[in-house]
Design a protein. Structure first.
Ligand SMILES: [Zn+2]
Ligand SMILES: [Zn+2]
Length: 253
């Protein structure tokens, strides 16, 4: 039903993936993709984050592979971390020039922007399943933090919205639609869920199905995401990585 031509979310050994950049590219080519993005974890992820010092090296490697292969475009991206309630993300202005695409998501293993953010965005979310009081307030705080982040930074995709952190999908989808930011249907995590995708469709947010591959063989592996999209009534033209994508948003490559 969907002809997906790009996988905009894949990891390599530069964070905690198993393969090299070239391994991911080879699999993407074998599966007939026209674009693949290398999106390792942002600098602020404890243990997994890529090292800023390696950026030049990674960029050069990707440029070389682009010269080598005429049948696929390789993008350098990053899966940046939301680290503050005012929408802070673990990216600096000077980092931006390296990237063709930016994903942003919440990960528990990221280093908070400040002690206050550690308390409000990390600790409280961690505790909220145990202490349900205040959950709705927390959900709004999380959602506003994400919205501020996409308004502050040139984010293209929000990775796995709703996984690891509770969000108000409708509010986020409204803001994403306005900014032309795609909400991800993640084929590994299963977020967005079917219900969330339906809401995102109503708000006309662009959508994308990504593999979030951590092993080369999983690059271009979209089945779980396709199943969610199908059940939610997503049409190929809603997906920024489908051949048929037609919906409005400029910023899309
Ligand atoms: Zn992630
Ligand atoms: Zn990821």
């Amino acid at each position: 039903m969907y002809k997906l031509i790009a996988d905009y979310h894949t990891h390599t050994v530069y964070s905690h993936g198993k393969g090299t950049i070239q391994d991911n590219v080879e699999v993407a080519r074998r599966k007939g993709l026209k674009k693949v993005a290398i999106t390792d974890h942002g600098f602020g992820h404890i243990g997994y984050g890529i090292s800023r010092k390696k950026l030049t090296q990674i960029r050069t490697q990707i440029n070389r592979l682009n010269d080598k292969y005429g049948d696929i475009e390789i993008l350098l991206g990053i899966e940046a971390n939301l680290v503050g309630i005012n929408g802070q993300v673990d990216l600096l202005e000077k980092d931006l020039k390296y990237f063709d695409i930016i994903l942003m998501g919440f990960h528990k293993g990221a280093k908070p922007h400040s002690v206050k953010d550690g308390f409000n965005l990390f600790l409280k979310n961690f505790l909220s399943p145990i202490y349900p009081a205040g959950r709705e307030k927390q959900r709004q705080l999380n959602t506003q933090a994400m919205i501020k982040a996409i308004n502050r930074y040139p984010v293209n995709i929000i990775s796995h919205p709703g996984a690891k952190i509770d969000i108000d999908t409708r509010e986020l989808a409204k803001a994403a639609a306005k900014r032309g930011v795609a909400l991800e249907i993640n084929a590994s995590h299963g977020f967005l869920t079917v219900d969330y995708v339906k809401i995102a469709l109503e708000e006309k947010a662009p959508l994308v199905i990504n593999s979030d591959a951590h092993r080369p063989d999983d690059v271009g592996e979209f089945s779980k995401g396709i199943d969610i999209a199908n059940r939610a009534g997503v049409k190929p033209e809603h997906l920024v990585n489908s051949r048929e994508y037609t919906v409005l948003n400029q910023g899309w490559r």
